[in-house]
Design a protein around this ligand. Structure first.
Ligand SMILES: [Zn+2]
Length: 840
């Protein structure tokens, strides 16, 4: 059918592009002339065009520019088979497990790198064509055309294959999924469109049919319906349709049975959430919708008037914690709203909402701002952080007068990316997450199914050590007053024979958590109230190993170092964040297995403040250690650093210290700093990283691409030096003209939490370690187990940042719960119809 329709294609356009128009280029050139950020975005495009293809050859260890020999593979396969930790690529063909330095070879690891190469070739084809249009330099157009014509001659010879190397309809050619094929073809369509009639007619036609329309054929084989896949399929097909002048395909991508409008109506819930209940997928799908709408808007289809579209941008603002972090419910990772500033460029340009401008301007403005944004962004407006309920997606956001917040999940399952975690919650206090949801690992990691999705991995109640069923819960009531945000929700059919309902009374000082469970089948059941929180567990309970024995399935097999105790009366247990502030910091890489080291918070030394980073080493042979900061949270400063400053506490060992930064492309810039011939603190300043003696990997272009990812201290062994010892580092700064960015001050904000649970008959309390978002860092848990037909777990969760919690009393008095603070007393009356809260 599709083939026959191709006879009604429009004639080829002349000159002006369809995806970016002459009006766009007029706006862009005016912005470049008048705005520093735009001039910088253009300069970055030109610099990366100049570095091509040397940057690509260096990154992948290639002798000459060539297309990958075959189609790529699934990103999620790229993990250590045993641990599920993500592999590290060392060109040309080594895939290294960072936890044990073991390597894996062959399929599918090589092919995952092919996928990355395909994507880089596609996005460079677009960027080179853009650089050509912005500079007029023919060389860039030639480089871009090489990529397009190479693919035009090769594309159809890549075999259709899926992630398991079978020929199914979800499989593709350059990639293993139609999803990835659609994402890949968009920049190639842009490149074709941008080069326009600079390409001769014959070449154009071969790219149009051999690459663009052929890829659209591949994608169109699979209609994924309500799915983030289909959102991307539509964007990919639209890019081809507008670039190649195929009106039928354009209509199909917008108004077809699973087109853009269908998605806004069916996949975005009325409260503005993408239906999968995960912000990772929300923004993944929103990216596709935005790209399609930008293309369609230049071709006579205004899609920005859809209210659901706008709500998809405003909902995350209401959901985010105070620092912009979005809780990782369902298959998601913890992401910051501000990471999506480029999408808010489009949103602000079309709707002019100052809330959107604030997000758009929260990161350095780059290529997307140049293509789709307005030249000027106002300062913007921060959203009012208020308690709210998202009725269709089923989340209640409870906030207080400080940054203490809780998000309770009760809604629909969320499709294939849902977790079995009804009445789970994530909480936030003093700048970071307290109650942990592990989010998800790569789908190829063994713990994705055995931990991430399980009920026990979440902060809720597990019945009989079994996972909940897919279920949709219900909000029973909510009340948001000045002093307390109160909700009650139930878990629907999460367990066929047991009803679960949770009441939370949330204040600046604590969250009162009442979890009711009731069997409907007159049978006894085992009820496990579970809570996960980082920190060192301390408790007056006589915890001992062997007291509690868990089963070996449904996630319980991942609970380790389990100790338990019977608790008939009230008990407390603290997740001490001050002690764990002495825990691991950033990461350590050892060049060989005979070298070992640790990078930890320490209060033993400080250059400024009260803490520093302890870098311990053990050299069992020659080699080096690399102590790296976590990924740097980009600040508001978009300029290049003039220098990098760091204070180091030496041990006189004569080992050598080097300084290293990784830029946005993962290019490493390295400079020697000193031979450690001193003891005590000394501060060093290394000038502009672009002038440091070594740079390699990443795009290897010698250009420091912002934002910087990490700063690392490299310690190289001197054979005459001691085999083991320790250095300290503090006050790592990027120096700018004007304001400096402190990358690491090692003054970790202390976040502790005390669980205070009222006594209940035959309670057994267990504590130990579960898994977290980073598989190499376990997250402690507390679990209260009761057996019977019904019970109410009555817990007071008190976050604190000082040395000790402040609440002195928690008890039940008839239908009321009484909480005593240092200079207040709360009385919370709980009845079937509602909850009243009074502070005296
Ligand atoms: Zn989860």
């Amino acid at each position: 059918m599709f083939r026959q329709l191709s006879v009604i294609l429009l004639p080829l356009r002349l000159l002006a592009g369809s995806l970016l128009t002459d009006a766009d280029f007029l706006r862009i050139s005016q912005a470049v002339d008048s705005h520093a950020w735009a001039a910088k975005a253009k300069a970055d495009l030109i610099a990366s065009a100049d570095a091509w293809p040397a940057s690509h050859l260096a990154r992948y260890g290639l002798a000459a520019l060539e297309l990958p020999p075959e189609g790529g593979q699934w990103w999620h396969w790229y993990v250590c088979p045993s641990s599920g930790v993500r592999l590290r690529f060392e060109p040309p063909a080594r895939h290294v497990c960072p936890t044990d330095n073991r390597t894996v070879t062959g399929w599918p690891y090589d092919q995952v790198i092919y996928s990355e190469r395909h994507d880089q070739l596609a996005s460079m084809a677009r960027d080179l064509a853009l650089a050509f249009r912005l500079s007029g330099k023919r060389e860039y157009a030639e480089k871009s055309a090489w990529i397009l014509t190479a693919y035009a001659g090769r594309y159809s010879s890549y075999a259709l294959h899926d992630k398991d190397n079978r020929n199914t309809r979800s499989g593709a050619r350059a990639h293993a999924q139609t999803l990835d094929e659609a994402i890949w073809i968009i920049p190639l369509a842009y490149a074709y469109d941008l080069l326009g009639d600079w390409l001769d007619g014959e070449t154009r036609e071969s790219i149009r049919t051999g690459l663009l329309l052929a890829a659209a054929d591949t994608i169109r084989r699979y209609d994924a319906g309500v799915s983030n896949w289909q959102a991307w399929h539509n964007a990919g097909m639209a890019a081809v349709a507008f670039a190649a002048g195929d009106q039928e395909l354009a209509r199909h991508s917008i108004d077809g049975p699973s087109g853009f409008r269908f998605h806004l109506a069916r996949s975005v819930t009325p409260d503005g959430f993408w239906y999968e209940g995960s912000f990772t997928y929300h923004f993944y799908a929103l990216d596709a919708l935005v790209q399609l709408a930008e293309m369609a808007g230049r071709n006579g289809h205004d899609l920005w008037s859809e209210e659901a579209f706008r709500k998809a941008f405003s909902a995350p603002l209401l959901f985010a914690f105070a620092n912009g972090v979005l809780a990782p419910f369902n298959d998601a990772t913890t992401v910051n709203l501000r990471n999506y500033s480029r999408l808010y460029e489009s949103a602000y340009a079309h709707w002019g909402d100052p809330l959107f401008a604030a997000v758009a301007g929260s990161r350095a403005r780059g290529r997307d701002a140049l293509l789709f944004g307005l030249p000027d962004l106002p300062a913007g407006e921060a959203p009012a952080l208020e308690s709210s309920v998202f009725p269709e997606s089923g989340y209640a956001v409870l906030r207080a007068s400080n940054d203490h917040a809780v998000i309770l999940k009760y809604g629909p399952h969320g499709g294939g990316h849902g977790h079995y975690d009804k009445l789970n919650f994530v909480s936030y206090f003093n700048g970071g997450i307290l109650a942990v949801d592990p989010g998800t690992q790569s789908y190829g990691a063994p713990t994705h199914n055995t931990w991430d999705k399980t009920t026990v991995a979440h902060n809720t109640v597990v019945v009989d050590e079994r996972n909940q069923a897919e279920a949709e819960g219900r909000l029973l009531f909510s009340s948001f007053s000045d002093g307390a945000a109160i909700v009650r929700a139930e878990a629907g059919g999460a367990y066929p024979n047991v009803r679960l309902a949770r009441t939370m009374v949330h204040t600046a000082d604590y969250t009162l958590d009442l979890f009711d469970v009731q069997a409907a089948d007159s049978q006894d059941h085992t009820f496990d109230w579970v809570y996960h929180n980082a920190g060192v567990v301390t408790t007056g309970l006589p915890l001992a190993s062997g007291t509690v024995v868990f089963g070996r399935q449904n996630g319980y097999q991942h609970l380790s170092a389990v100790r338990g105790a019977a608790a008939e009366r009230d008990w407390t247990l603290t997740f001490d964040g001050a002690q764990s502030a002495g825990g691991a910091y950033g990461s350590v890489y050892a060049s060989t297995p005979s070298v070992r080291g640790a990078f930890e918070y320490s209060r033993r030394q400080a250059f400024v403040g009260s803490g520093s980073g302890r870098m311990s080493y053990q050299f069992g042979g020659p080699g080096y250690l690399l102590y790296s900061t976590p990924q740097i949270a980009p600040g508001p400063v978009p300029e290049h650093p003039r220098a990098v400053k760091v204070a180091i506490y030496g041990d006189g060992s004569r080992h050598r210290v080097l300084l290293r930064v990784n830029d946005a492309s993962d290019e490493r810039f390295v400079t020697p700093l000193a031979v450690v011939d001193w003891t005590g603190w000394r501060e060093f300043e290394a000038g502009d990283p672009a002038r440091w003696p070594q740079h390699y990997l990443g795009n290897a272009d010698g250009h420091v691409d912002l934002p910087l990812r990490t700063v690392s201290i490299e310690l190289q062994q001197d054979p005459q030096g001691p085999r083991q010892g320790e250095l300290f580092v503090d006050h790592v700064q990027l120096v700018h003209d004007g304001s400096d960015l402190v990358v690491a001050d090692f003054e970790s904000a202390v976040r502790s939490l005390r669980v205070w649970m009222l006594g209940g008959e035959a309670t057994v309390v267990a504590a130990g370690n579960g898994l977290g978002e980073n598989l190499t860092i376990p997250v402690p848990f507390a679990l209260a187990r009761r057996r019977g037909r019904q019970t109410r777990f009555e817990a007071l969760l008190e976050p604190f940042s000082g040395a000790a919690p402040a609440i002195t009393g928690f008890r039940r008095d008839g239908a009321a719960y009484i909480v005593d603070g240092p200079d207040w007393q709360d009385s919370i009356e709980v009845a079937a119809g509602g909850v009243s809260y009074v502070r005296r």
